[in-house]
Design a binder for this molecule. Structure first.
Ligand SMILES: [Zn+2]
Length: 343
């Protein structure tokens, strides 16, 4: 038997490549994960809108099937899949730009998209901790900040190219290792030593969409799924909190939206951020699947073999250039995965 590498290289080199890549992708769909969208009026830097339009236009022209997450899961039940390559879009968290900026663009291309909302955020109970960190470092007037946390002192220089961005990334990473309470304390302390007054409501650039805006976006074709109430890393929560985060976000969304998608999205989304416990809870809540943030294809074959796989489905972060986009959706990335596995 020829090696996987030999097989792929031969197929790509010959005319066989034309039919080979689609076969390599049979049973696999590309699910993209997006976050913020450019909105310069309020200072949001996110996905470039020109590139998003270019990408959606490319997928449409090249006969990809733009499919909703709901339909992707629906096809599992019927064991049916399209002969065209399937691509699904998802957006995480529920910021205002998802409804105001992204929804009309996806509607322009008649492209289904599922946005996962953190329901307590939409209820305006809090704003996200990572946005608070960014806000503090960007508002700080002191030239240096030194925060004593636990048994160490974190030191940050504010002046110089890229210094603030580095500090934001470092402190955010540090906070990811903390439990919710400790994290809130660390951020409060950071604000104190940086001498930054924290507004109770988020500044415009960090604001959620309103429930009213969600319903308008829903009419434009955007669909919505649950993404917890408070966006904790679920593997760090108690049994009670984990269950509450899943069921209450789903119940709230069912009350507020017309036809929510019964697919859950784990906060932070790496495999270590949730466990068997969450899969059980999500199932018990009556949801039919869940997505992670681990990179990879939505693999129908694996889900057929092990139903739990549908509750830890993989997604690719949406790229910022056409070369990467084409690699993901065409199957070139799949060929590369196989080569890496063989190596
Ligand atoms: Zn999230």
């Amino acid at each position: 038997m020829t090696s996987v590498k030999g097989f792929i290289v031969n197929a790509l080199a010959g005319t066989g490549g034309v039919t080979f890549l689609p076969r390599l992708m049979a049973g696999r769909a590309t699910v993209f994960m997006l976050h913020r969208f450019d909105c310069p009026e309020v200072g949001v830097r996110g996905h470039d809108l020109g590139f998003l339009r270019q990408a959606l236009g490319y997928l449409r022209r090249n006969n990809y099937e733009l499919i909703s997450l709901r339909e992707l899961y629906g096809r599992l039940v019927h064991d049916a899949y399209s002969v065209r390559r399937e691509v699904a879009f998802t957006i995480d968290d529920g910021y205002f730009d998802h409804a105001q900026v992204a929804s009309p663009i996806f509607a322009e291309f008649d492209c289904p998209v599922t946005t996962f909302v953190t329901t307590g955020f939409l209820d305006q109970q809090f704003w996200f901790w990572w946005d608070q960190i960014e806000f503090i470092f960007e508002s700080a007037r002191r030239p240096a900040i030194s925060v004593g946390v636990g048994d160490k002192t974190l030191q940050y220089q504010m002046n110089g190219p890229g210094k603030r961005a580095e500090s934001i990334a470092d402190f955010t990473d540090y906070c990811k290792t903390l439990k919710t309470e400790e994290r809130l304390q660390a951020i409060a302390l950071l604000a104190e030593v940086a001498e930054v007054e924290m507004p109770r409501k988020p500044p415009a650039r960090y604001a959620p969409m309103t429930w009213e805006a969600l319903r308008v976006a829903e009419q434009q074709g955007m669909e919505f799924g649950p993404h917890t109430v408070t966006h904790p890393i679920l593997s760090q929560t108690s049994d009670e909190q984990s269950a509450r985060e899943v069921t209450q976000s789903w119940e709230k969304l069912r009350r507020e939206s017309k036809n929510p998608v019964p697919v859950f999205c784990y906060p932070n989304g790496r495999f270590l951020d949730f466990s068997e416990r969450e899969i059980r809870i999500v199932r018990q809540a009556g949801l039919c699947g869940a997505v992670s943030g681990e990179p990879g294809y939505f693999d129908r074959g694996q889900v057929m073999k092990d139903a739990d796989e549908g509750f830890r489905a993989r997604r690719f972060a949406f790229p910022d250039n056409m070369t990467d986009l084409i690699q993901y959706v065409s199957g070139i990335e799949r060929a590369k995965q196989l080569l890496r596995r063989e190596a």
